[in-house]
Design a protein around this ligand. Sequence first.
Ligand SMILES: *[C@@H]1O[C@H](CO)[C@@H](O)[C@H](O)[C@H]1NC(C)=O
Ligand SMILES: *[C@@H]1O[C@H](CO)[C@@H](O)[C@H](O)[C@H]1NC(C)=O
Ligand SMILES: *[C@@H]1O[C@H](CO)[C@@H](O)[C@H](O)[C@H]1NC(C)=O
Ligand SMILES: *[C@@H]1O[C@H](CO)[C@@H](O)[C@H](O)[C@H]1NC(C)=O
Ligand SMILES: *[C@@H]1O[C@H](CO)[C@@H](O)[C@H](O)[C@H]1NC(C)=O
Ligand SMILES: *[C@@H]1O[C@H](CO)[C@@H](O)[C@H](O)[C@H]1NC(C)=O
Ligand SMILES: *[C@@H]1O[C@H](CO)[C@@H](O)[C@H](O)[C@H]1NC(C)=O
Ligand SMILES: *[C@@H]1O[C@H](CO)[C@@H](O)[C@H](O)[C@H]1NC(C)=O
Ligand SMILES: *[C@@H]1O[C@H](CO)[C@@H](O)[C@H](O)[C@H]1NC(C)=O
Ligand SMILES: *[C@@H]1O[C@H](CO)[C@@H](O)[C@H](O)[C@H]1NC(C)=O
Ligand SMILES: *[C@@H]1O[C@H](CO)[C@@H](O)[C@H](O)[C@H]1NC(C)=O
Ligand SMILES: *[C@@H]1O[C@H](CO)[C@@H](O)[C@H](O)[C@H]1NC(C)=O
Length: 660
Amino acid sequence: MYLWSLLVFLCTVPVQSAAPNGPWDAFNYAPESRTVQPRTIRGIQGDVSNADALLNEGTVTLSSNGSYLTVDFGLEVGGLISMTFEAIKPSSAISLSFTESPLFISPLTSDDSAMSASNMSYDGVLHVPPPISPGFWTQPSVMLRGGFRFLTIVSNSDEPVSFSNLTCAISFMPQMEDLRDYTGYFYSLDPAFHDPNFLTKIWYSGAYTVQTDTVPVNTGRQVPFMMHSWANNATLGVAGPIIVDGAKRDRAVWPGDMGIAVPTQFVSTNDLVATKNALSTMFAGMNPETGALPESGPPLSQQGSDTYHAWTLVGSYNYYLYSGDLAWLTNTWPNYTKAVQFLEGKIDDSGLLNVTGLRDWGRLGQGGHNAEANALLYKVWTNSISLAEPLNETALASAWQRNASALKEKYNEVFWLPSRGMYRDNETTTLCPQDANSLAVVFNLTTSAAQASAVSDGLAQNWNEFGPVAPELPDTISPFISGFELQAHFESSNDDRAMELLRREWGYMLYTNISVQSTLLEGYTSNGSLYYRSYQGYDYDPSYTSHAHGWSTGPTSALTFYVLGLMMTSPQGATWSVAPHHSGLSSAEGGFETGLGWFGVKWSASGSSFHLAIDTPADTRGVVSLPMIGTLTIDGEQLWPQNGIALELVGGSHVITVQT
Ligand SMILES: *[C@@H]1O[C@H](CO)[C@@H](O)[C@H](O)[C@H]1NC(C)=O
Ligand SMILES: *[C@@H]1O[C@H](CO)[C@@H](O)[C@H](O)[C@H]1NC(C)=O
Ligand SMILES: *[C@@H]1O[C@H](CO)[C@@H](O)[C@H](O)[C@H]1NC(C)=O
Ligand SMILES: *[C@@H]1O[C@H](CO)[C@@H](O)[C@H](O)[C@H]1NC(C)=O
Ligand SMILES: *[C@@H]1O[C@H](CO)[C@@H](O)[C@H](O)[C@H]1NC(C)=O
Ligand SMILES: *[C@@H]1O[C@H](CO)[C@@H](O)[C@H](O)[C@H]1NC(C)=O
Ligand SMILES: *[C@@H]1O[C@H](CO)[C@@H](O)[C@H](O)[C@H]1NC(C)=O
Ligand SMILES: *[C@@H]1O[C@H](CO)[C@@H](O)[C@H](O)[C@H]1NC(C)=O
Ligand SMILES: *[C@@H]1O[C@H](CO)[C@@H](O)[C@H](O)[C@H]1NC(C)=O
Ligand SMILES: *[C@@H]1O[C@H](CO)[C@@H](O)[C@H](O)[C@H]1NC(C)=O
Ligand SMILES: *[C@@H]1O[C@H](CO)[C@@H](O)[C@H](O)[C@H]1NC(C)=O
Ligand SMILES: *[C@@H]1O[C@H](CO)[C@@H](O)[C@H](O)[C@H]1NC(C)=O
């Protein structure tokens, strides 16, 4: 009978089951349907009658040239607009303009996506010229708008135009019918903050941001850029769906961005096909002579970035860790090792990599013996050791091990500035960058806990009320690099500082009414404005900044990996660790799924006790580190008083309590 029920179970339950339901579902931003309607009317101008009817299956009429109506979808969306034209005259004409931020609502132009321009009106509008046919209409797919919250519909004629049934068919995450069907979840209350649900919201905001950046392969930004318009019909890689940097723009594969976006994807939807397609696209674009990888995917196909080259290699490790896809790894290995050699070829007599491919995440001063790039090289080598294991590449693994150890020593010798307690950018400067210092802690280039903590102290010196101002990109707050800084504070056990960074930086981005209050900004200036990278490539155009960038979603994986404390230490979680950072919170719960099954953690803390429930697949094993010391009970059995040593457990369900 047991066998019978087991067989029924195996036959009926799909491999990918959803995360459990609970109060956290209320904070999932993903819409319930792939077809969404405006939630409110943001404003009207001129002769507009029955605007509110549009929200209730009614008909709205614009009756003079220049009259317009702005609708608010309530959150970031992206896709094709449809409506039903009712009463139409021969000369009736309209245009549509789109924007993420409400600051750029305008009847004359959309926010910019094709290109930046200081007049903030590069993109213009989508014209629907006469004659318009009555009945159902859908915008041309070539003019897909990948990310927006507000839509303005303007009459361009003195003759009236009436329409109803305005909707947007979501184009992102095409492989998911139910966009809310996550494999992972997170839930915690932060009573110290003005919104106690902030942590749960920011986890889901990151997850939804990455969904908006997972797109059909034929919806990339057209290159060369359109003049006074936009087009999103370019082919983005070898297959779709594919993960890109931003919903509105650039809509291209960027491997550095994936260093944050892919861990978010793993803990929330575990839908890694888009990542595989993006990585395969980068390897397919490898220069067959030199082994150089492109900095970005087609049609941009930027070249000349040693750091983004390294990020494709780091991304390969992440993809294998999450998926266990040995077939992909085996197939990619010849190109992977060639790409590692490309970096090794840039190491000079000093033992450090000399960066000559200067492009990077936007920072200034890249080049030479750069500390960020050398931290990435170290991470590439230590990852490669793990990847070599299943492929039995033992000789390579030991060479990489020697290389990595030597680099770690050299790194601390050359870059460490004892007077600052931080790493400097290169040997000719005292500038201590946010990127290298964060990565050095996260990638374990530090040699002691005290050193890692000193770096955390130093990083906090860059903070203002909106977050850390990056010394290597003045006047700029980079949520991408801050995602690594967040991990560095957790890694160095400065949990309160990590929580404060979350509240300042991501609290600002999630609640500010100059953004979309659902997905996360690409970046902003030190005073919180949208003039991100104005002087560094973005032509003083704040409307070009993306409001849904996967690289800004660092909190999603950090809350799962550090606050819950659940991490994988081998592919798909065959081995795992649980080490909660309780960070002043009283409870947290959540988990994720891999091909091996469900991994869940639920903990609660009071002054004198800590309760922890862990659920992992039966065939796995892991190590548990508890955040407090006391009398230990595991699954109802009392053990000797705990002395701080980590516990080893086999998979299954366990309940652990510590009482001081
Ligand atoms: C805005 O600037 C761009 C780039 O310089 C230019 O092509 C475009 O015509 C300008 N738009 C308007 C409305 O002036
Ligand atoms: C509508 O107004 C615009 C801007 O004032 C003008 O350029 C255009 O010619 C007008 N269209 C009609 C049909 O009157
Ligand atoms: C309303 O729009 C939806 C989807 O956008 C479409 O399926 C439906 O046919 C439309 N209804 C009418 C009456 O046109
Ligand atoms: C994309 O659309 C533009 C504008 O319509 C067109 O010029 C271009 O050829 C199209 N590209 C592709 C790849 O279809
Ligand atoms: C390996 O790189 C070459 C270019 O050097 C490319 O043509 C090929 O598609 C790549 N193969 C894989 C599996 O990445
Ligand atoms: C060293 O770092 C400083 C500060 O970032 C930068 O200005 C300088 O250009 C760098 N040196 C080289 C050789 O790139
Ligand atoms: C790095 O290589 C470039 C180009 O060969 C060279 O000009 C530069 O001096 C090197 N930098 C260092 C720090 O060795
Ligand atoms: C590595 O070696 C093990 C043990 O000899 C073997 O089972 C496995 O198939 C090998 N893997 C590969 C990719 O050759
Ligand atoms: C690092 O290891 C590789 C083996 O892949 C070896 O060929 C290379 O010379 C080593 N590089 C350094 C700088 O030690
Ligand atoms: C960090 O590096 C040290 C060697 O410098 C090593 O002993 C330690 O195990 C590493 N930590 C992790 C988590 O890999
Ligand atoms: C944002 O809120 C402030 C304060 O309530 C208000 O003054 C401002 O107009 C709002 N801005 C937008 C774009 O809604
Ligand atoms: C905020 O910073 C931007 C970019 O530095 C600047 O253009 C803008 O004037 C500043 N805004 C305020 C209110 O200070």
